[in-house]
Design a binder for this molecule. Sequence first.
Ligand SMILES: Nc1ncnc2c1ncn2[C@@H]1O[C@H](COP(=O)(O)OP(=O)(O)OP(=O)(O)O)[C@@H](O)[C@H]1O
Ligand SMILES: [Mg+2]
Length: 285
Amino acid sequence: MSEVVRKPTEFRRACEDARAVQRRVGLVPTMGALHEGHFSLIDEARSRADFIALTIFVNPLQFAPGEDLACYPRTFESDLAGCRERGVDLVFAPEPNAMYPPGFQTEVSVKELGKPLEGGFRTSHFDGVTTVVTKLFNLTGPCTAMFGRKDYQQWKILSRMALDLHMPIELVGCPIIREADGLALSSRNRYLSPSERERALGIVSGLRHAYDAWAHGERDPNTLRSLAEEVIRPTFDRLDYVAAADPETLAPSPPSPSRLLIAVAAHLGSTRLIDNLVLGEDPRP
Ligand SMILES: Nc1ncnc2c1ncn2[C@@H]1O[C@H](COP(=O)(O)OP(=O)(O)OP(=O)(O)O)[C@@H](O)[C@H]1O
Ligand SMILES: [Mg+2]
């Protein structure tokens, strides 16, 4: 049975109580509208910890004006059912006012890693993420925290933040869960019309194109990037980027890398999708 708490102080107390009886806390931060990607994080948490806390909070600070904050899918009852089924012990679902009371004015920012890729298009997004995750880490206390590599840059930024600020958190980056046809699961996929859902496969086709070239020995970052882009561009209404980057620094890759991040952000109508692949590491998507 998953207990639900709304107040930050209640959440902190429940995590403290778990640690007091020698349970390792596994934290799964989410914005709700749970899917198999989230459930895989819960499963990973269960394998590493024995008290599983999942947070559901659509964080206003990480949405820019004009983004989809107001219409972001909110499916609390079915999320709760999923949490119960998957063995979540504690669900923390605060109200925005509890997280950002009047007078709130502190932000946490990771400088360089936040600039490329998503940073060029969602300028204040990562400061919103690092700030809310700092708050969640502070409330949870020492724990193992799961993040999906679908949000590859987010995972790298949060890992850097935890290291830089001596946070007592072990961060785990979990593999991308995909639909049978390869589309990366995302809460935002439910915005897609049937024809957009079909066209969304352009991303995974592009990533596969780069993967296959890599498997045949291609190592030039810009060639690999272009191969992905030429498949992706025609099926999308708009591309923010198809980028090739160093998987650790996220800066432009040196020539002939041993691993290469290919990261994509693209629009179908009003829906923005992201995906990525680390060549030389990830399996064929
Ligand atoms: N397909 C996926 N595979 C693995 N992890 C995922 C996947 N989708 C989301 N996650 C992870 O779940 C956590 C919570 O993400 P979030 O609640 O924003 O879900 P989301 O599907 O990314 O939603 P949206 O696309 O609307 O942002 C993040 O660590 C994210 O990386
Ligand atoms: Mg997300």
